[in-house]
Design a protein around this ligand. Structure first.
Ligand SMILES: Nc1ncnc2c1ncn2[C@@H]1O[C@H](COP(=O)(O)OP(=O)(O)O)[C@@H](O)[C@H]1O
Ligand SMILES: [Mg+2]
Length: 463
């Protein structure tokens, strides 16, 4: 219950209070909507009371008159009773009833507005095809506490290699927030150029990459989609309007696929400027390391148990019953080959409509067949293309380091490069989420995902 008769009573007492510190109505979307449309806290407080008491007056004119005299005009009970030719005790009984009716009206209007907003927000999210996300509870809890605590970081980045589950996690979180109506408004924009479907094909969605200005404009257009925005605004004017709006009330803005933004270095300062009290949730294949004021959530591979659970779930969903019911040891080769990458796991299961498991796993190891080649292209191509000679050499050396990973000296040893050069390369590989750095600050070791290991066997042909 967002308002009670006693909070409405208290709000009424402050109807004309010019030194109002904190409105009793501030958690209402009715109030926040007034704010996003330009009202100061004081004005938002008054607007909610003005409009809901007016609505009350249409059904119960005497109630509205009484509330106006008592609270908006600040008259005493005695004065009002004389004015209305009623006994003072009657006035207080009537006032109590009027406040109860007003509370009901506010609750109804709020519920209606929330349901309208929920529908709009759900439309803004993409239809990401998942039914149940396996093993995300911990990450989800970390993210929601980062987003719901006002004093926490206002820019949060979910980072990891392609297919590891960044967009799905962000989507699930946004849907939870929509259900809770925890923000004044929500936007979801993507900078994505390509998408990959579970049949194994790649779709080009944008001919060229989008820049900081483009992303900002997408956010602006979404937030103003149902309102008349002034026409022909310059970029700076749009940015100023956006800043004013996001500073007034807490919004949640998701920017998916940040790694494809042509000038991330230009975008991040803009987002930081727009944040607080609003929150930004970013997803990116590259770690936004070295950027101040960002809370990082690196997504790791799924564990073996979760990967097997996902394979079974996917098999059941696609009605491949023999796989869904297979004993664990028959499923383990899948995990050994693709590791805990949910995109690759789902692709493998889909291939089993046509091929045997042995054949699909061979295709993965030998990098054969269009769906597998597309998977590798989708996950690795851009990152691979951005690597220099030495980085590739270190990357290709990674499968020769033990499966548990090696420290810097071991990686340098295998790659045949000096320790300092290897260290610089590892930094770039880690930033692209191709290599994972594990361990505490005083003992790092470097590993690669199983999918990366499998992919690297055949990758010599890309060089
Ligand atoms: N925890 C999970 N459980 C089940 N499926 C998942 C999970 N995470 C991701 N997926 C599925 O894996 C695929 C890739 O996930 P996605 O969120 O698109 O990855 P990313 O955005 O990191 O590239 C999608 O089909 C998604 O539905
Ligand atoms: Mg994604």
């Amino acid at each position: 219950m967002l308002v009670t008769t006693s909070s409405v009573h208290s709000a009424l007492k402050h109807w004309r209070d010019t030194s109002l510190h904190e409105s009793d109505l501030k958690s209402l979307l009715l109030y926040q909507r007034a704010q996003t449309r330009g009202a100061t806290p004081l004005e938002a407080h008054r607007q909610v009371l003005d409009s809901t008491v007016t609505a009350l007056g249409e059904l119960h004119p005497h109630d509205a008159q009484l509330l106006h005299l008592r609270f908006r005009d600040g008259m005493t009970g005695r004065f009002v009773s004389r004015q209305l030719h009623l006994a003072e005790s009657t006035i207080f009984a009537q006032q109590r009833e009027a406040i109860e009716r007003l509370t009901t009206i506010i609750q109804r209007q709020e519920a209606q507005l929330r349901s309208t907003y929920r529908t709009r927000w759900e439309r803004r999210l993409e239809d990401l095809a998942y039914t149940n996300l396996v093993g995300i509870e911990e990450n989800l809890a970390t993210l929601s506490s980062a987003l719901l605590q006002p004093d926490r970081s206002h820019v949060v980045a979910v980072e990891g290699i392609g297919g590891i589950g960044k967009s799905s996690l962000a989507d699930k979180l946004a849907r939870d927030m929509v259900a809770k109506v925890a923000f004044a408004d929500i936007a979801w924009v993507t900078a994505r150029q390509q998408s990959f479907n579970l049949g194994g094909s790649i779709r080009q969605e944008r001919p060229s990459s989008i820049n900081a200005e483009g992303v900002t404009t997408l956010i602006f257009d979404q937030l103003w989609e149902d309102e008349a925005a002034p026409l022909a605004l310059s970029f700076d004017e749009r940015l100023a309007l956006l800043e004013r709006r996001l500073k007034r009330a807490a919004h949640l803005i998701v920017v998916d696929n940040l790694e494809t933004v042509a000038d991330v270095e230009a975008l991040l300062p803009i987002l930081r400027r727009l944040a607080n009290p609003s929150h930004f949730l970013l997803t990116s294949r590259s770690g936004l390391l070295g950027q101040a004021g960002i809370y990082h959530l690196p997504l790791r591979e799924m564990s073996k148990d979760h990967a097997i659970q996902l394979v079974r779930q996917e098999a059941a969903e696609q009605n491949i019953t023999s796989l869904a019911g297979a004993p664990e040891e028959e499923l383990i080769p899948i995990f050994d080959t693709v590791g805990g990458n949910p995109l690759a796991l789902r692709l493998v299961v889909g291939q089993l409509h046509v091929h045997t498991l042995d054949h699909v796993l061979w295709r993965l190891r030998a990098a054969r067949g269009q769906p597998i080649l597309n998977l590798y292209t989708y996950v690795f191509r851009n990152a691979w293309d951005s690597l220099g000679e030495e980085d590739r050499r270190v990357f290709l050396a990674m499968p020769l380091v033990t499966e548990q990973g090696g420290d810097l000296e071991q990686v340098a040893d295998v790659s045949g490069l000096p320790v300092d050069v290897t260290g610089d390369s590892l930094a770039r590989l880690v930033a692209r989420n191709l290599v994972e750095a594990r361990g505490a600050f005083n003992q790092k070791h470097y590993t690669i995902h199983s999918l990366t290991r499998t992919f690297l066997h055949e990758i010599a042909r890309w060089t």
